[in-house]
Design a binder for this molecule. Structure first.
Ligand code: ZN
Ligand code: ZN
Length: 249
């Protein structure tokens, strides 16, 4: 029994490496990929296994008997399983086009504003709106490939008239064990590691303006990794921690 190096998930079209720790589940859509339905030896119309080692003992017992599979979606430990999902390594273009980019938006205060707005409580809307300060958005891919460069974009919008002071981006330090940081743009004024976090320190952000911080990263090893990002403006604002799972295929 040998697995192909790459398979394509028929549910979500992700091409993944079979040595990915989540295999035989698709890391993106969780489809189980090692089941009778995806076996080369399945005769789909009659739902029979055609592998000679499976068929022979059944026929020996009864010449008319068939190796019919009741449930094609049953997970199989069959030693003769051969995946029909085998796929050539994705081309560069597929790698670029493939990953679904996930957007996480932190706008805790703005969300409250919206809520009140839809309850058409204009008074509350106004009172909350006075506090609405920073909106934080993180754009990051959920899949990437070994040695492929990808970007994580962090957008900070200051909706207030007032300046937001000493902005900091906090990333879980372990990210830098899993991913090589190639570049940060714009470069932070300072980078500090405190506890399990790495803080990229920026200056003040003027009122009614926005800032884009782009991190270029590269994964070295197949696996599922967690990226945790938080926006801080000490004494003023702290976003919730945004968690992303990035699968390196
Ligand atoms: Zn899938
Ligand atoms: Zn079979």
């Amino acid at each position: 029994m040998s697995e192909p190096e790459f398979v394509r998930c028929p549910q979500c079209n992700t091409v993944l490496r079979t040595n990915h720790p989540r295999y035989p589940r698709c890391p993106r859509c969780k489809e189980f990929l090692r089941k009778h339905r995806y076996c080369e030896h399945l005769e789909a119309v009659t739902q029979e296994c055609t592998h000679p080692e499976v068929v022979r003992p059944i026929e020996q017992r009864h010449p008319e008997a068939r190796a019919t599979i009741a449930d094609l979606d049953e997970h199989t430990q069959c030693p003769y399983f051969e995946s029909m999902l085998g796929q050539l390594a994705p081309t560069r273009l597929q790698r670029v086009l493939g990953p679904v980019v996930r957007v996480g938006l932190i706008a805790a205060i703005v969300a409250v504003v919206m809520l009140h707005y839809f309850q058409s409580s204009v008074k509350q809307y106004e009172s909350v709106a006075q506090q609405a300060a920073l909106e934080f958005e993180v754009i990051c891919p959920d899949t990437t490939y070994v040695e492929q460069t990808f970007e994580v974009q962090c957008v900070v919008r200051n909706r207030d008239d007032k300046e937001a002071q000493t902005l900091q981006l906090r990333l879980n330090e372990r990210v830098f064990d899993w991913f090589e940081l190639l570049d940060v743009s714009p470069p932070p004024q300072d980078i500090r590691v405190v506890g399990s976090g790495r803080y990229l320190q920026y200056g003040n952000l003027a009122g009614k303006s926005e800032m884009l911080v782009q991190l270029r990263l590269r994964g070295a090893q197949v696996g599922s990794y967690e990226l945790a990002v938080q926006l801080l403006s000490p004494g003023q604002y702290q976003s919730k921690v945004m968690h992303y799972s990035i699968d390196v295929m």
